[in-house]
Design a protein around this ligand. Sequence first.
Ligand SMILES: NC(=O)c1ccc[n+]([C@@H]2O[C@H](COP(=O)([O-])OP(=O)(O)OC[C@H]3O[C@@H](n4cnc5c(N)ncnc54)[C@H](OP(=O)(O)O)[C@@H]3O)[C@@H](O)[C@H]2O)c1
Length: 283
Amino acid sequence: MKYVTLNNGVKMPQLGFGVYQIPDLAESEKIVSEALKAGYRLIDTASTYLNEEAVGRAIRKSKIPRAEIFVTTKVWIEDIGYEATKKAFQTSLDKLGLDYIDLFLIHVPFGDYYGSWRAMEELYKAGKIRAIGVSNFSEDRLVDLILNNEIKPAINQIEIHPFRQQRRALEVNKEYGVQVEGWAPFAEGNCNIFHNEILMPIAEKHQKTVAQVILRWQIQQEIVVIPKSADVQRMQENFDVFDFELSEEDMTQISYLETGFKIINHLTVDIAKSFNEMKILRA
Ligand SMILES: NC(=O)c1ccc[n+]([C@@H]2O[C@H](COP(=O)([O-])OP(=O)(O)OC[C@H]3O[C@@H](n4cnc5c(N)ncnc54)[C@H](OP(=O)(O)O)[C@@H]3O)[C@@H](O)[C@H]2O)c1
């Protein structure tokens, strides 16, 4: 496993496992257990994924020392603001059954996220969180947050895949010392990604799969990647990406795949409205 060092010195695995769209608790516990067996040590969940309890149970049952597993969760808009975020953090901690979280993120940049950030700075200073960060922050929002607060985000988790390469975001995050983590590395299977005419020959040349090429392409750009798979064989396949290297020519070929396709465009009125209306279906 390769690790990245965040701007506060904390080490984070560069390849992790995402658990979005697995809300069934028994199923997600089983999947996370399999992921830990496959070697993943970074698990990415969120209060909105409704599976924090299952992630916590799988971690405890694995008997892997807590310090070896890097757990990320996120605060949703419903819990945005200083007081609400402190409460939501404790709820996530309780659901996970942990006594600290490795990385806590503001899920989307809507609502009083400055209030949330102040709460997160305090929780970080109190040792309850090892690193704090943001997700889906456009470059302008990221820089504004940095300029108006004491602690810089350690991470910005944003949508990155071959069709949305986020070159400008990568530059700006790097300039400000913020580690980029890419979500939906496979574009959630959209645009026939696994049968792409540029990716397939590159995969064949390296005797790897298209999925492995996509993950490698992100790893070589120093991005933290968190693919999701509910299938044991595919999660093992996605973990096996450290024994080959894409050439400069491969990287250039992949750069031509940018189309501007977005799973979510956070800069639209529709998303601002629908996300503000979306509530966590807490039991
Ligand atoms: N911060 C945010 O706003 C945000 C938003 C979305 C996602 N995320 C995070 O990013 C993680 C990953 O993104 P995602 O889950 O949306 O999508 P993704 O990882 O791009 O794609 C998952 C899809 O790819 C399939 N797949 C996985 N490995 C494969 C392989 N080797 N070959 C063929 N198909 C494969 C999966 O099917 P199977 O399961 O059947 O293998 C699933 O349908 C999430 O789980 C979540 O942790 C964050």
